[in-house]
Structures are given as structure tokens and as C-alpha cells.
Design a protein around this ligand. Structure first.
Ligand code: GTR
Length: 331
């Protein structure tokens, strides 16, 4: 198994190689894909389907290989690599992508979506189109949206979280986006940004007291082995994407672009159904292991504390005001 340090070394080497390769664009038949999860995780299954269909639909003019398990580095590394021309496609979480595309931060506002169906309606509608257009400017474009469920808090201190005061004094790992630090602080805890690959050992050694994620990641990362309380806060519903590098995509003929887009849309249909199944399987496995789970009957106290997070985000990026209104306008 590759440890965090080796992953970092590999990622740095690949980043250096990517920079060296900028002047020599990769052939479209040789695209490199980044995935933080394993091959059998819904994102991995979707990405394999994407590249298989892209190749079939373009008679092999587009093709490539998915590198699973985060061997190409963290998402932060992968975003830079895509912008530099070192990788051509990825299954990115749109949350940390907000650092590169401020408009995407609207998705990271806690409790912005009512549920998964609401998120789908928004992403498949006008707001999704606005976000896609904004992403293109960063050199990264979304071809379709993947599911990633709802994220909830878990901890290794035996705390059953029912109200914001229960987070008090606890250190929760968050993904790399300052909005998440603000979110945890507004609830009374401490938000510690950290790479996904480091969370398991940090929970085990007590560097952090908890983290937050959806059922499938809580299970596949084995965090449940070292954090025995899962409280269903569902504070973030973050979509993911099949993203490609704008320069790699723009180098294709119109016909191949259409085929690649179709491949991504078809892969998302598969990914979403795999997601729904995996949520149930992961939840059952985690509960069977003895993890203590609680629903939070009334989330209004959590939601009320988010007002300053929204205000701070809008102050920093005024464009978010309109985007929030757009999401609220969707039933
Ligand atoms: C997972 C997500 C990953 C990554 C990870 C994390 O749910 O699928 O892309 O964002 O969470 O917490 O870093």
C-alpha cells in the first residue's frame, strides 16, 4: 500500500514532469485520469466507463488510463496538474475546486440544498450552466455531474452530536477550502484543513477528534474504524464532476467533443445509480461494525449559525449573492 509520503513524492515528481511536458501536448489517445478513490468506488466505476465510452465513440481517437487511489496526489495537486497540462481528466469534488473557481463556493455553503434531488435540479438547470461556464475560465471544464451524497460529522471522542454546542472544543478535519474552516468555527468547533490521505492516521493518533464525510467515504477510507460516532448533520451536499482540461478538450474535433461529452453524461447515469447502491452497502457495513449512529431531529440550530458564513462568503465574492438566489428559486 502506498503511504502518504510516497504519494507526495510521486505527486511532486509527476507535477515536475507535467511542467516539463507543457510544450509537448499529450495525444488524445493517451489521456491521464485522476481519482482519489479506489477503482470499485462509484467515482472509479464512472470514470472507467467514461474513458471506455469515449474511446468507443471516437474509434480510439480519445482514450487513456484512470489512476485510482490518489496515486497522482491530492485533489489540490491534481487541479494544478490539470491546469498545467499534466492530467487530462478527473473526478473532482466541486468543494475544494472553489479555490480555483470562486463561483463554485456557492455549493459549499452549508445547507444550501434541501436534499439530493434539489441539488440535481439545480445542477441540471441554469445554475449548473453558469457554474460550468465559470469553470472553463480556470482551464478545467465539467462534462457531467457526479453524486457524492451528503456529508455529516463523525468523531473519536464518543460525542453524540445533536446540537452545535456538542462540537465545542473538538478539532474536525475539513477539506481544503477556507469556507469549511468558517463553517466549523461558526458551529463552535475547530476546522483543520488536511489532505484526505492523512485523515485516517490523524484520527488514529488523536491529531484530530473528528472529520466529516458521506457514508461511502466514511466506510471506504476506514475512518469508521478510528471514529466510532457518526451524527447525521448532512450539512453539505457537494456534487462532483467528470472534469477535463479545457486545452485537451478544445484540441478535439467538434465531432469528438460531442462524443466525449456524451460519454461523460452516460457515465454520470451509471455513477449516480452506483452511488445510491453504495450508500446503502456502506451504511450497513459501518453500522454492523458497531459505529454509534444518530439522526439529528432538528437541524435548525445548525442552520441558524450559518448566517455569518454566508455573509462572509458573499462579502468575499459578491457574485455568490445572485447564485444563492438562483438556487433558492429552484423548488
Ligand atoms: C469524498 C470525496 C473526495 C474528497 C473526500 C475528502 O467524499 O469523494 O473527492 O473530497 O471526500 O473529504 O477529501
Amino acid at each position: 500500500m502506498i503511504n502518504a509520503l510516497s504519494k507526495k513524492i510521486i505527486a511532486t515528481a509527476i507535477l515536475a514532469a507535467s511542467v516539463a511536458l507543457i510544450s509537448a501536448p499529450v495525444s488524445a489517445g493517451d489521456w491521464k485520469g485522476w481519482n482519489i478513490h479506489g477503482k470499485d468506488y462509484p467515482v472509479g466505476i464512472g470514470m472507467e466507463k467514461f474513458i471506455e465510452l469515449a474511446s468507443a465513440k471516437t474509434d480510439g481517437r480519445v482514450g487513456g488510463k484512470v489512476f485510482h487511489g490518489g496515486v497522482l496526489g491530492s485533489q489540490g495537486d491534481a487541479i494544478s496538474q490539470m491546469q498545467l497540462g499534466g492530467i487530462e481528466f478527473a473526478g473532482f469534488n466541486l468543494g475544494p475546486l472553489g479555490n480555483a473557481v470562486p463561483e463554485l463556493n456557492v455549493l459549499s455553503l452549508p445547507f444550501i440544498f434541501k436534499d439530493m434531488e434539489h441539488m440535481h435540479r439545480v445542477m441540471d438547470g441554469e445554475t449548473g450552466d453558469i457554474l460550468s461556464a465559470a469553470m472553463r475560465k480556470s482551464g478545467i471544464m465539467a462534462l457531467s455531474w457526479y453524486d457524492s451524497g451528503a456529508r455529516s460529522f463523525y468523531n473519536n471522542k464518543g460525542v453524540v452530536i445533536n446540537k452545535p454546542a456538542d462540537l465545542k472544543g473538538l478539532k474536525f478535519r475539513v477539506m481544503g477550502n477556507p469556507l469549511y474552516v468558517d463553517m466549523v468555527e461558526a458551529l463552535g468547533g475547530n476546522g483543520i484543513p488536511m489532505a484526505y490521505s492523512e485523515v485516517y492516521s490523524s484520527l488514529k493518533t488523536g491529531v484530530i477528534d473528528g472529520a466529516e464525510n458521506n457514508w461511502p467515504s466514511f466506510e471506504s477510507s476506514a475512518h469508521y474504524e478510528v471514529a466510532g460516532n457518526y451524527s447525521l448533520s448532512q450539512h453539505l451536499i457537494l456534487p462532483e464532476c467528470i472534469c477535463v482540461s479545457v486545452s485537451a478538450f478544445d484540441a478535439l474535433s467538434d465531432e469528438d467533443q460531442k462524443s466525449v461529452k456524451e460519454a461523460a453524461v452516460a457515465s454520470a447515469v451509471l455513477q449516480r445509480s452506483e452511488w445510491a447502491k453504495r450508500v446503502e452497502v456502506s451504511k450497513a457495513a459501518v453500522l454492523k461494525s458497531g459505529v454509534k449512529f444518530n439522526e439529528i431531529a432538528d437541524k435548525s440550530a445548525f442552520q441558524a449559525l450559518m448566517a455569518p458564513v454566508y455573509e462572509g462568503a458573499v462579502k468575499k465574492n459578491p457574485i455568490l449573492k445572485e447564485l444563492i438566489a438562483g438556487i433558492k428559486a429552484v423548488d
